[in-house]
Ligand binder design. Structure first.
Ligand SMILES: Nc1ncnc2c1ncn2[C@@H]1O[C@H](COP(=O)(O)OP(=O)(O)OP(=O)(O)O)[C@@H](O)[C@H]1O
Ligand SMILES: [Mg+2]
Length: 461
């Protein structure tokens, strides 16, 4: 791809010379005679470098530089001036020019300066790309994770931030559903408006509607004064409907109406009040199954299932453990004002063998206890609580079922991953370790969506 250069020079002869020299050096060149034409060209096309004269009638080079930078901040600008006073050049550099050429200059000076400006632009772009890559790969706000599964989450969450559609967050307990909901609200355009939370599982069925939509005085026994619901109080902001899967069917119908029409009716009133509330719903239930079982309205499910964020359980992203451990270590250190111990490799291995039914919340609580209880500068396997130290053991060759039971399917996946890890990704070696034929293992890898690296996800760089 050729590099495009834009020239702004009011003198016809000079413009033509510049054009021909640059063209002969295989650049894509567009030559304009005024700031106005140059700005139009910048609007129409993409250029790497703008080469502009300082003294031009009407709008001069300095003003063109300012406007061009506003229009295309990434543009490199080289100014040419017949008045090679330091001051003119300094002014231009202050306004963001990359370099300057003092007239008269020869062909080589011109080409070297242009080449340097192009290189600088490339470097700047690479740097920002690198920075974006780094920040995108380990966290999104307070949400931590570098696994491929979390990268997918970040991707959808980022898209959810700037739109108004309902978002649905799925995931087991402790996987970060509320954390994601808060991120969506507090980094989006509604951040300065209220963020309200209703936990549908924590409120008695009969009160959910009053909580959401409000009620009029005397609407039911105990309704002594009329009250606005969360939909009204969250107006302009976001309502986080936690455990939406636990809402009973009648309330679901009313919720659907609000989502469709944007109006609420308080319990005991038929006055319709317009509300502008973005709903972010969450549940740890399998909503689809819930629909199939007749416990959740299909139409509401479709309404909610627009932007769906599925948070992976911690046991499916164990490669995020070191990062999470470090995050909670720093978080606690800041709170208690002391340096917290590190997690030694043997303890980390034990943590990787554990199933983490309570997910990130359980990890955070476990670490907090360990940080407080451990005296040395490292947490070892022997410091860990009982649950983390028991391993599925074999006794005289027989596999012993752990006291808490297990999920056979997960055990299978786990053993396959271990076998792959031990055989460096070789299916043949892993199949021997597992007493399977090559074909059978291959089939099971596909079935469990495990890739050969053994983490079940495609690799991220
Ligand atoms: N990816 C993550 N990075 C950092 N902290 C996390 C992450 N996921 C969860 N946490 C932390 O774990 C704890 C539990 O998260 P949260 O309350 O969002 O979970 P939840 O999915 O809403 O759980 P529940 O279904 O039990 O309500 C919080 O302290 C949260 O900050
Ligand atoms: Mg929650």
């Amino acid at each position: 791809m050729k590099t495009a250069i834009l020239i702004a020079e009011d003198d016809d002869t000079q413009r033509l010379i510049l054009h021909d020299i640059l063209k002969a050096s295989r650049y894509d060149v567009k030559a304009t005679a005024s700031a106005k034409d140059a700005l139009q060209a910048l609007r129409d096309d993409t250029y790497s470098v703008l080469l502009t004269d300082m003294r031009m009638p009407e709008v001069d080079g300095l003003e063109l530089l300012r406007q061009a930078k506003r229009l295309r901040p990434e543009l490199e600008v080289v100014v040419m001036t017949a008045y090679a006073t330091v001051q003119t050049a300094v002014n231009a550099m202050k306004e963001g020019a990359t370099d300057y050429l003092a007239k008269p200059f020869d062909k080589d000076e011109l080409l070297v300066t242009i080449e340097r400006a192009i290189e600088r632009g490339q470097l700047k772009r690479e740097n920002t790309q690198l920075r974006e890559l780094v920040t995108a790969s380990v966290s999104l706000g307070n949400i931590i994770g570098e696994s491929a599964a979390m990268q997918r989450v970040f991707n959808i969450v980022q898209r959810a931030v700037n739109v108004n559609s309902t978002a649905l967050i799925l995931g087991e307990s402790g996987t970060g559903k509320e954390l994601v909901a808060r991120h969506i609200h507090f980094s989006g355009p509604r951040a300065k408006k209220p963020f309200a939370v209703v936990n549908c599982a924590a409120i008695p069925d009969t009160l959910v509607e009053s909580e959401l939509f409000g009620h009029e005085k005397g609407a039911f026994t105990g309704a002594e004064a009329s009250r606005a619901g969360k939909f009204e109080s969250a107006n302009g902001g976001t309502l986080f409907l936690d455990e939406v899967g636990d809402m009973r069917l009648e309330s679901q119908a009313k919720l659907l109406r609000v989502l469709q029409d944007g109006v609420v009716e308080r319990v005991g009133s038929s006055t319709q009040r317009k509300v502008d509330v973005r709903v972010v719903a969450a549940t740890n239930r399998d909503l689809r199954k819930h629909v199939d079982a007749g416990n959740f309205r299909e139409d509401l499910y479709f309404r909610l299932d627009v932007l769906t964020v599925s948070l992976p359980p911690l046991r499916e992203r164990l490669n995020d453990l070191p990062l999470l451990i470090n995050h909670f270590r720093e978080k606690l250190a800041a709170r208690v004002g002391k340096v917290c111990p590190t997690v030694a490799p043997d303890a980390l291995e034990a943590m990787k063998r554990y199933r983490w039914p309570g997910n990130v919340r359980e990890l955070e609580n476990t670490l907090e206890q360990l940080y407080i209880l451990t005296d040395g500068d490292a947490i070892r396997e022997s410091d860990l609580p009982e649950k983390l130290r028991v391993r599925p053991t074999t006794e005289q060759g027989a596999f012993v079922l752990p006291s808490g039971g297990l999920v056979l399917e997960e055990l299978e996946q786990d053993l396959i991953r271990q076998a792959l890890a031990r055989s460096n990704g070789s299916i043949k070696d892993a199949s021997e370790l597992l007493g399977l034929t090559y074909k059978t293992l291959q089939y099971r890898l596909k079935k469990h969506e495990i890739d050969r690296k053994g983490d079940g996800e495609e690799e991220v760089e």
